[in-house]
Ligand binder design. Structure first.
Ligand code: SF4
Ligand code: SF4
Length: 162
């Protein structure tokens, strides 16, 4: 049997499904760094964000009737440090950086070997990234890789008339 764990605590999507679903403005996307933040003081516990997020990131907390999700440790980012999960990971498999460079595999990080590891946008059993354009990449275990979708047959090209 093969098993692996992928933490989906929030992917800070470019087109977050949770954001337009929130009726109170508790969820918003920061213009300066793209973090999808949440203000618990505005949350009324309606759980719409939980229902719309394709990745199961928002988690309802019945003890205070609010939803919780990762805000990328925004206080740490603003203090010039990395999120606690990145700092605490003893195997150095987590990192944070510009998403374009992470996708291209050019970001200097211990979490991937440049020129060897191939970052991918999706792993097995993860929702389709086309839904919300999540700002995350993975170095997938071979058994966790998602095979590329077969291209639909191209429609016959129409001839230009002269
Ligand atoms: S992963 Fe879910 S909760 Fe996080 S920004 Fe994307 S849609 Fe919203
Ligand atoms: S549970 Fe809170 S954060 Fe989520 S949609 Fe409702 S008010 Fe917004």
């Amino acid at each position: 049997m093969f098993a692996y764990k992928v933490n989906m605590s929030c992917n800070h999507c470019a087109e977050p499904a949770c954001l337009p679903a929130c009726p109170t403005g508790a969820i918003w996307k920061r213009a300066d760094n793209g973090v999808v933040d949440i203000d618990s003081s505005l949350c009324i516990g309606c759980r719409r964000c939980e229902a719309t997020c394709p990745f199961g990131a928002p988690q309802y907390d019945p003890t205070d009737n609010t939803v919780k999700k990762c805000n990328l440790c925004i206080d740490e980012l603003e203090a010039g440090r990395k999120p606690y999960c990145v700092s605490a990971c003893m195997m150095r498999v987590l990192d944070i950086g510009p998403i374009d460079q992470l996708r291209a595999g050019t970001w200097d990080t211990k979490a991937m070997v440049k020129g060897v590891d191939q970052p991918v946008r999706q792993v097995q059993h993860m929702a389709n990234p086309e839904l919300t354009n999540p700002s995350i990449v993975f170095i997938a275990h071979p058994k966790g890789k998602v095979e590329p979708q077969a291209e639909a047959p191209a429609a016959p090209a129409s001839k230009a008339s002269s």
